[in-house]
Design a binder for this molecule. Structure first.
Ligand SMILES: Nc1ncnc2c1ncn2[C@@H]1O[C@H](COP(=O)(O)OP(=O)(O)OP(=O)(O)O)[C@@H](O)[C@H]1O
Length: 258
């Protein structure tokens, strides 16, 4: 079953096309990454799919619901129920505790208190952050903040989890921990994930990668069973696409046995 279908979406700022007739779909349980040089439109695409931006042309369906049809006043409810977001800057509310931040989608959706408590326990145990619940956001490390942000993004069991450079503000150890969480959400919970990254190591966790160039879908590659070959294909594709030096940084090259 398709969770996301994108049909020829374009985004134009002034006269400048930033996304140009992009079409693809994502099946339930897939872990898909978006890569491409700086300025190629990755964030604009993710925001357009997540209804945070409105495409100038084209259509997006999330689980057979056309986001184009949704009126402005219904968009925030749609996002809160169907989507989860993880951003590079965490986007947590500093005035609230970790627990309050994580519960926010359920409180806004008016869930009952026993189900909120149960779900909070499930999610925070899975992520290993039960001990952080009463803490304030400004007392957390970057990795702890991102774990809290992931808990908030998944607590309502969204159809699609969208992540924009989720390790962009983290050191290599925290980055690995966060990617292991995404990996476990993918493998154990069958969560459908779409993630934007510059980093080939982060990208190598995905099943499939879409490459953007100048706002167009340039290519896609699949991991299949060949993890090592997939990593090399990512590097080759990035070299082909060019871009600035930031497009080639990496937290740590993975070590392969063979
Ligand atoms: N609100 C906006 N108004 C005008 N132009 C914009 C706006 N948002 C993005 N752009 C332009 O759209 C292009 C694509 O930007 P976007 O942030 O989507 O690229 P990106 O691939 O995510 O880049 P990076 O990897 O550097 O984050 C850029 O040229 C950017 O300047």
């Amino acid at each position: 079953m398709s969770i996301l279908r994108v049909n020829k979406i374009s985004k134009v700022y002034g006269k400048q096309p930033v996304l140009d007739r992009i079409s693809f779909s994502i099946e339930s349980g897939e872990f898909v990454g978006i890569m491409g040089p700086s300025g190629s439109g990755k964030t604009t695409l993710l925001r357009s799919l997540g209804t945070l931006d409105r495409p100038t042309y084209g259509e997006v369906w999330i689980k057979d619901e056309s986001t184009f049809e949704l009126q402005q006043e219904n968009l925030s409810v749609f996002r809160r129920k169907k989507l989860g977001f993880v951003f590079q800057q965490f986007d947590l509310l500093d005035t609230l505790t970790v627990e309050e931040n994580i519960l926010l989608p359920l409180i806004l959706n008016k869930n009952d208190i026993p189900s909120m408590k149960q779900r909070l326990q499930e999610v925070t145990t899975d992520l290993g952050i039960e001990n952080l619940l009463k803490m304030r956001i400004d007392s957390l490390s970057g990795g702890q903040k991102q774990k809290a942000a992931i808990a908030r993004a998944i607590i309502h069991r969204p159809d699609l989890l969208l992540a924009d450079e989720p390790t962009g503000n983290l050191d290599s150890k925290a980055s690995r921990e966060i990617m292991e969480i995404f990996n476990s959400l993918h493998k154990q919970n069958k969560t459908t994930i779409l993630l934007v990254t510059h980093d080939p190591v982060i990208a190598s966790y995905c099943d499939r990668l879409l490459f953007l160039k100048d706002g167009q879908l340039y290519n896609e590659i699949y991991k299949g069973d060949d993890q090592k070959g997939f990593f090399q294909k990512i590097l080759d594709m990035l070299a082909l696409l060019g871009g600035d030096r930031r497009d080639f940084y990496t937290i740590n090259f993975p070590k392969y046995d063979s």
